[in-house]
Design a protein around this ligand. Sequence first.
Ligand code: WT7
Length: 656
Amino acid sequence: MVRAAQIFYLASSQFDVTLIMDYPFQVKTLGEYEAAYARAQADPEAFWADIAQHFTWKKPWDTVLDWEFTTPMVRWFDGAQLNITENCLDRHVTLYPARTALLWEPNDPTEASVEWSYQSLLERVEAFCHVLQARGIQKGDRVCIYMGMVPELAVAVLACARMGAIHSVIFGGFSAESIVDRVQDAQATAIITCDGAFRGAKSIPLKPIVDVALTQCASVHTVVVLQRTHEKVHIQAGRDIWWHEALPTHGKPFPAVAMEAEDPLFVLYTSGSTGKPKGVVHSCAGYMVWSTYTFVNVFQSSPGDVHFCTADIGWITGHSYIVYGPLAAGATTLLFEGVPNYPAPDRLWQITEKHQVQILYTAPTAIRALMACGVQYPDAYPMASLKVLGTVGEPINEEAWQWYHRHVGKEKSPIVDTWWQTETGGILISNLAGVTPAKPTFATLPLPGIQPVLVDEYGHELVGNDVSGNLCIRFPWPGMIRTTYGDHERCRQAYFSTYPGYYFTGDGCTRDAEGRYRITGRVDDVLNVSGHRIGTAEVENAINMHPKVVESAIVGYPHPIKGQGIYAYVILSSSCATALEEEALRAEILQEVSRHIGALAKPEKIQFVSGLPKTRSGKIMRRILRKIAEGAQDQLGDTTTLLDPTVVESILAGCL
Ligand code: WT7
């Protein structure tokens, strides 16, 4: 146990001065990385206390770490009080109020972009805190946010954090039913939304979808609506208010609420292999330290760098590397409303040039999609400001890696392949840009404080190098999941029960002869489609809602752009008479998936089958279905244990 000293406040003000030049906890050489890794392992409490003292705390901690992985129970910086927004905003405003905190690039390149200083962002956050407070929102209340990628989305998130409300951002592509699931699970009292959102050539309604959801959300008493598309929307008196009308007319400070270190900062729902999405809960102090530490070290960012993460704030990548990490580090974060290929496939390169971006962080699926459009697009832009490229969300194939390196990075910017998850809060395994060596398709080395373990199917640890197994982590890190909202047992079950004593990631992984890690993909029934996590059970449940569907089974298959595509095997109550009828039914099934989850979970292929390959105990043998979907008919393996082996023949005969 380490006692925080009285000099604490002094230390944080010293940090603010050094922050202008440099980050005190940035490792800059391979030797420094090795030393930090060794110290974090040998004396984690002293290591993290040294890092944490460079943040602004309202009250120092009593204990650095308390943990066990059985219940599980993980507490970092217990006894401390803080507010993450003082670290993301106030302390920067004190020293350099005019530094740009946020740049926003609209969907339509002819519309003006937005540039907000740290001072301006703080004022907007404080003003919006007053809006929420006037509606009775208090510390601990849950607030859902369902918006497009507008700068006010960052304001909404930070305002919740400043007043201690627990935000739950719902990606703007999710359906009304997905909103209902999330609002009900969190018992949210307010929703912040927009009239609609611009994405590429489309204008997407948001408020109308919220209206549908709200017929089943009795806990919600307030809806704040931001005007963006100016489509006419329904405003329900007493419940709905316009953002611009509710804002106070005069600038009024809003003091940041003191949060306990382990108070929840936010909930973010993510799919697992079973049931409905889980509400992953992150804590105030640990998450702040982890998102900032990883941002500064992985991207080797310097204060004031322009950081362009193309993710949506509706995903964890946006939380940690658009909002919290870059702002806590005093960087300039760039939010983009649109999509990479609108109005043309040079949009990301044009934005990079326009805003003089230093760090570009995107997903393999975007790289592959742009790669397919041709080299002429990136080649037309020198992008001389770029220093670091990053990738996240799924394994990156060698071809995409090389293209990114050559045509975007012009062979001079290191690529960081960052492996992590919603549950990990921030990056766990990655090379550090220009500091530790990259290896294409490898995430390479764990961050200081991360102790990866590979286990075989029985949970035996695979020691030494040149091994493959299931990836687990054996020691807590500050940014890890604390619980699943409202159901701690589900957290234990999902992450801490498969291999007792370890946090299980759900990913398969190889450790090469030099000890570098390569993530090979999920080993559970979770698909990764365009970097989005999709639970097979959820899609099956949605398909089964169609009145003509008896049963279905979903598997992933390799897709050249999306990484994985969704293949659905569906049993109907009565077969279709014509091909036309089949087509119509396919469209209805797709609609069913859109309605229950969202368009992102729509299968690419739907094959109608008369039966599914099941074992005698009634379990679907997905291994066989995966092989068929992949087109590897010759590798089906042993099918003799099936209840009815002839099912396989008939599926093969009709496969797409
Ligand atoms: C799953 C987590 C982490 C933010 C975005 C996704 C896969 C993530 C990589 C990578 C190979 C990766 C894993 C992981 N994944 N990054 N660099 N290389 N696979 O967050 O939705 O929670 O998904 O994405 O399978 O388990 P998420």
